[in-house]
Write a protein that binds this ligand. Structure first.
Ligand code: UD1
Ligand code: UDP
Length: 361
């Protein structure tokens, strides 16, 4: 029996690792252990509850307005004891958060193999997304298994000199989580008299002026279109909440809500006319559901969605956002052309593929 330790800290990592945890738990070859860093607290708890994941250990590192260095240092300091306690032959991390990178580095220092799920995404710019682009590149240096979601991600890794035998294209596990969630959702009729625009945003490089621009754009859109309702689950980061609540609080047709559980969020996505986001996961889910997505960033590491016609990178300028949303609201053909469901990020069987590869060793 092989002990596999999952280490993660944030909402998207939990959503994307849940299908793999479930898959390995079904196979008696694996002894599955889960360590959460606690980088997120409430937002992680929502996902753990939904997927019935009870962590074996919680490093409890979250601080209000936490700094990246102290976060990374706390994980580096605390993980070695967990590695000694469980003695895993493999540690699985996901994506590009500081939890994932610090856990990968601590595992590498401990002489234990690292498996990196969602490997090979690249924006080509270490300042955007910041610090995630650096975190994922650094993980590619220390990982032994690289599970790339797409051929393009694989090509990025090979360009950086990663051994091709260690790179496996599996699809993204978020699509597994999405399919499982859609399957257990109650059927619902959308209200045809209201067009829902769903918004999320939390990127560090947008703090300050860009986030304020986004909010002013949303206020303009709500004012100009009486049949539109903007629903915005606001991330718990105080640097996001302060400007969003100040600029958009009390505006007609803008509903600011707390982060919602994954089932509720998927339901909101399926009912949306379009989605505005800087989220990585949402850029993968919206195309799968056939909902047009406008990316509130200057660059993306998920160009597959843009090429498939589901996503457009619009940046953070007020004028550009208002123009792109207005086009989607007024040009039905354009909206239809962005509404074709796409499988560029996977077919929902990524976890099974990863499990099969890990079993072979
Ligand atoms: C982190 C990741 C980012 C990922 C995002 C997913 C890093 C550097 N950033 O960014 O890659 O896309 O998670 O959402 O790893 N907070 C709470 N409760 C929570 C979660 C956060 O109160 O459940 C507040 C805390 O004040 C915390 C702050 O949000 O200090 C920021 O959290 P942090 O994890 O540092 O940054 P995110 O923007 O969430
Ligand atoms: N999500 C959620 N509730 C919300 C907002 C988002 O469950 O209120 C889900 C979303 O479907 C996606 C993931 O959280 O799977 C994205 O997380 P986030 O945007 O925080 O991180 P990123 O994907 O940018 O790393």
């Amino acid at each position: 029996m092989s002990t596999v330790l999952f280490v993660f800290g944030t909402r998207p990592e939990a959503i994307k690792l849940a299908p793999l945890i479930e898959e390995l738990r079904r196979d008696s070859f694996f002894n599955v252990r889960v360590c959460v860093t606690g980088q997120h607290r409430e937002m992680l708890a929502q996902v753990l509850e939904l997927f019935a994941i009870v962590p074996d250990v919680d490093l409890d590192v979250m601080q209000p307005k936490q700094e990246l260095s102290s976060l990374a240092a706390a994980v580096l300091e605390k993980l070695p004891d967990v590695l000694r306690q469980f003695g895993p032959s493999l540690v699985v991390v996901q994506g590009d958060t500081t939890s994932a990178f610090a856990a990968g580095l601590a595992t590498f220092y401990g002489g234990i193999d690292v498996a990196h799920v969602e490997a090979g995404l690249r924006s080509g710019d270490v300042s955007a997304p910041w610090p995630e682009e650096a975190n994922r590149r650094l993980l590619s240096v220390v990982a032994r298994y690289h599970f790339a979601p797409t051929e393009e991600a694989r090509a990025n890794l090979l360009r950086e000199g990663v051994d091709p035998a260690r790179v496996h294209v599996t699809g993204n596990t978020v699509i597994d989580a999405l399919h499982a969630t859609v399957a257990r959702m109650p059927a619902e009729e959308a209200d045809p008299s209201r067009r829902l625009i769903l918004v999320t945003g939390h990127r560090r490089e947008s703090f300050g002026a860009p986030i304020e621009e986004i909010c002013h754009a949303l206020a303009t859109i709500a004012r100009e279109h009486e049949d539109v309702e903007i629903v915005y689950p606001v991330h718990l980061n105080p640097q996001v909440r302060e400007p969003v609540l100040r600029i958009l609080g009390g505006i007609d047709r803008v509903r600011l809500i707390d982060p919602v559980d994954y089932v509720t969020f998927v339901q909101l996505m399926t009912r949306s006319y379009c989605i505005l986001t800087d989220s990585g996961g949402v850029q993968e889910e919206a195309p799968t559901l056939g909902i047009p997505v406008l990316v509130l960033r200057d660059t993306t590491e998920r160009p597959e969605a843009v090429r498939a016609g589901n996503a457009r990178v619009v940046g953070t300028s007020r004028t550009a956002i208002v123009a792109e949303v207005t086009r989607l609201l007024t040009d039905r053909e354009h909206h239809a052309s962005m509404s074709k469901s796409s499988t560029v990020f996977g077919d929902g069987r990524a976890a099974a593929r990863i499990a099969a590869i890990l079993r072979e060793g």
